[in-house]
Design a protein around this ligand. Structure first.
Ligand code: PMV
Length: 321
């Protein structure tokens, strides 16, 4: 049996993080220049043993030795159950990723999607996109607590998505190129924690938080049209409004605010945190001329790295580091 390699991209959320967990719409796009890769090889003489090697995180373990709540174990066991393969042949699964961990760019979901793709092909099972996404979602439950499913969805479908939890997955293309700069605070922040903080606050002041969530949802609804039409002024204003509401939710951080301010001062039309927040990454809207300038100013303001990415009418999204 040959080695089977599969990839999955990173992602960023343009509108609607956190509110999407509560059933409001959100928009996410893939970021293809960062990716997770999974390679499945036969484990000769492995006698049914599944060995998992992820050098990036210093992991070398058999599947059975992983904690029962390890997302990789959960995803693989879900895949075995789903395919009805209860005694898979031994294999070695090698995982690596260029997506920064715990930084709002979907690293966990991308690893899960790459693993499901690679191992299912190795086992000779052809899965639909919906099946891949559903299996990866089980890993998200461990990583996020109460995930909306937007990360596994955008990463599996690998194109812009307008997403409403348990209701709608709408993929779309833009009519004009949209340029974005993603800046990394270098501060890791676990999504499960920010999602949990928002949930506790929502339990105490439900009406107040519901009001913020529905305002964020309305921004995502308007944002989809602004993205498709390439209405940059409006798009930027909506991103800024979304950031005000994310601040109200308590998921911004001083370093995120510094980077957002730096992007706006450098000429960005709108900027906001992306993903769980509390650290991680922010995104800034650029025009066709100022992406590099914004990126340079982000570094100057303390960003540890940046990604320049574009959505174009032709493609699912092209980008460069
Ligand atoms: O931090 P990330 O990249 O895992 O994104 C999380 C997005 C949230 O809306 C905060 C959670 C979710 O499950 O949708």
């Amino acid at each position: 049996m040959p080695a089977i390699s599969a990839n999955a991209p990173g992602k960023t959320i343009i509108f609607g993080e956190h509110a999407v967990v509560y059933g409001h719409p959100a928009i996410a796009i893939p970021v293809p220049s960062i990716k997770a890769q999974a390679i499945t090889l036969p484990h000769i003489h492995g006698q049914g043993v599944v060995r998992i090697i992820a050098d990036d995180i210093g992991l070398d373990s058999t599947l059975d030795d992983l904690d029962e709540k390890n997302p990789l174990r959960v995803v693989l066991e879900t895949l075995f159950n789903h395919t009805g393969i209860h005694h898979p042949p031994g294999f070695i699964l090698k995982i690596n990723s260029t997506i920064p961990i715990a930084s709002g760019l979907g690293s966990g979901a991308a690893v899960s999607v790459a693993v499901v793709r690679s191992v299912s092909q190795f086992l000779g099972r052809q899965l639909s996109l919906e099946e891949i996404s559903t299996i990866a979602y089980e890993g998200e439950k461990i990583l996020h607590g109460t995930p909306s499913g937007i990360d596994n969805t955008v990463i599996t479908y690998n194109c812009p998505v307008y997403f409403i939890r348990n209701l709608r997955i709408e993929t779309f293309k833009v009519n004009h190129s949209i340029h974005l700069v993603i800046g990394n605070t270098g501060v890791p922040a676990a999504t499960v924690e920010t999602v949990g903080t928002v949930r506790n606050a929502w339990k105490k002041k439900t009406d107040h938080y519901e009001e913020i969530f529905s305002q964020i949802g309305n921004i995502a609804i308007s944002g989809k049209e602004a993205l498709i039409q390439g209405n940059l002024g409006y798009l930027g204003a909506l991103m800024n409004q979304n950031q005000v509401l994310l601040r109200d939710l308590g998921v911004s951080s001083p370093k995120l605010e510094v980077l957002i301010e730096a992007a706006l001062s450098a000429g960005s039309l709108g900027a906001k945190l992306c993903g769980g927040g509390g650290g991680g990454n922010m995104i800034a809207l650029a025009d066709e001329t100022n992406s590099q300038h914004i990126a340079d100013e982000l570094l100057e303001a303390g960003a540890t790295s940046y990604i320049i990415t574009s959505l174009t009418p032709k493609t699912r999204g092209e980008d460069s580091i």
